[in-house]
Structure formats: structure tokens, C-alpha cells
Design a protein around this ligand. Structure first.
Ligand code: HEM
Ligand code: HEM
Length: 184
């Protein structure tokens, strides 16, 4: 496998790809865990899933902070020449919206969970400090914010995936390939 650590002019480097795909896996688990917690009739399983959802979510937050820091010092590869002005704007807009969402999604969950007053642990290893005191008002607001951002993330990620597939299968350019490891 031949892949530089930093981004190059033509492709994303190892670190950017590592953060991108690990966060995709983390976020996918978050939806599966939240939906399973919602569906189950077992209070015990629901409790376990929510506890795990908090740990995985805090991991996504940590990865998102590191990823954005890395991004600020590491320019992404230039977009292909054939893209129009509005397509470039749409790409930049969705990318920054996604960065915003992968930060705000876990932070809203953290505030919601703190306001609800149940406490949270990071994989049973350490306590996650509360961001705010117990408050029914904040709990209600941040429950709704967390849910709304969850829907927004699904929509923006859906557009993003559709754009990546359109580049690969219709325009047949290198946009998807440059976010994937090169095997030769
Ligand atoms: C990227 C990270 C995260 C994603 C994508 C995510 C996504 C979701 C989704 C889709 C729901 C279901 C919302 C609904 O329909 O009511 C949910 C619920 C919830 N989330 Fe998150 N979440 C994330 C991080 C966090 C974090 C860090 C915490 C707390 C520390 C948290 C705490 C909760 C709680 C307590 C619920 C309610 C679960 C229940 O009682 O059924 N989330 N989350
Ligand atoms: C939760 C889901 C996802 C999130 C939050 C996400 C986030 C991001 C972000 C923020 C960037 C911009 C990188 C930068 O230039 O700074 C990016 C780039 C990219 N993503 Fe995703 N992504 C997700 C899922 C996917 C999936 C499933 C695919 C593949 C089908 C994909 C393919 C790509 C590609 C090809 C690029 C590079 C675009 C370019 O070169 O301009 N992403 N992603």
C-alpha cells in the first residue's frame, strides 16, 4: 500500500483518510445504537445501549477535534478542473456542514445527558464530567436539538455520499479514489 501521511496535491493522506473512515464507522454505530435503544422492550438492554452510545459519541467528538486540527494545517487536494462554481461552493458548504455536525452532534448529546442528570462514563474507565447542571428545561431543549441535528446529519451525509458516487460512476473522475487507499 502506497499512501503518504499528509495530503498531496492529488489525494488525501493516511491521517485524513483514517479520521474520515473511522468517524464514518463511529457515526453509523451511533445511529444503530440509538435506534436499537428506541426499539427494544428490555429496559436493561436500553440502558446498556445508551451507556455505550455515550462512550462511542465521546470517541467521535475526540476524533472530530483531532481531525479538524489536522485539517487546519493540511490543505485538501484541489477539486477536479471540470467542476463549475456552484459545484465547488456546494462541495465546500457540505464539507464544512459535516465538520460542524460531527462536532455539534456529540456536544448536544453531552449537554442533553448532563441536563438529564444520569451521568456518563467513558467505556467504564472514567467519569465524563457534566457540562451543565440538572435542568428539565435544558434536557427538553437539547433532546430536540440532538434529534434535529441527527436528522440534519443524515440529510447532509446522504447528499455527500450521492455526490461521491456521482463523481465516481457518472463523471468517472478521481474524487472517490483519492479518499481510498491506493493498493499499488
Ligand atoms: C456523533 C455522535 C452522536 C450521534 C450521531 C448521535 C445520534 C443520536 C441519535 C440519532 C439519537 C436518537 C434521537 C431520537 O430520535 O430521539 C440519539 C439519542 C441519544 N443520544 Fe446521541 N448521538 C451522538 C453522541 C451522543 C453523546 C456524546 C451523548 C452523551 C454523552 C449522546 C446521548 C444521547 C442520549 C442520552 C440519547 C437518547 C437515547 C434514548 O434514551 O433512547 N449522544 N443520539
Ligand atoms: C458520516 C458520514 C460522513 C461524514 C461525516 C463525512 C465527512 C467528510 C468531510 C468533512 C469531508 C471533507 C474533507 C476535507 O476536504 O476537509 C469528506 C470528504 C470526502 N468524503 Fe466523506 N463523510 C462521510 C461519509 C462518506 C461516505 C460514506 C463516502 C463514500 C461513499 C464519502 C466519501 C468522501 C469523499 C470521496 C471525500 C473527498 C471529497 C473531495 O475530494 O473533495 N464520505 N467527508
Amino acid at each position: 500500500m502506497n499512501i503518504p501521511i499528509r495530503n498531496t496535491r492529488d489525494a488525501y493522506g493516511l491521517i485524513a483518510q483514517f479520521f474520515h473512515w473511522l468517524i464514518v464507522v463511529g457515526i453509523t454505530l451511533q445511529y444503530i445504537w440509538a435506534w436499537r435503544a428506541d426499539e427494544t422492550d428490555s429496559i436493561r438492554l436500553e440502558y446498556q445501549l445508551v451507556v455505550q452510545h455515550k462512550s462511542i459519541g465521546m470517541t467521535v467528538l475526540l476524533l472530530a477535534v483531532l481531525r479538524i486540527a489536522w485539517r487546519l494545517f493540511n490543505r485538501p487536494p484541489a477539486l477536479p478542473d471540470g467542476m463549475s462554481g456552484w459545484q465547488r461552493f456546494a462541495a465546500a458548504f457540505t464539507h464544512w456542514a459535516l465538520y460542524g455536525l460531527i462536532l455539534c452532534m456529540p456536544i448536544s448529546g453531552w449537554i442533553y445527558s448532563s441536563a438529564a442528570g444520569y451521568g456518563a462514563e467513558f467505556y467504564g474507565l472514567l467519569d465524563i464530567p457534566d457540562l451543565v447542571g440538572t435542568s428539565e428545561g435544558l434536557e427538553d431543549v437539547f433532546h430536540d436539538v440532538h434529534e434535529l441535528l441527527g436528522t440534519a446529519l443524515l440529510v447532509v451525509a446522504g447528499v455527500h455520499v450521492a455526490a461521491a458516487l456521482q463523481h465516481h460512476f457518472i463523471k468517472k473522475d478521481d474524487v472517490l479514489k483519492r479518499m481510498l487507499p491506493k493498493w499499488n
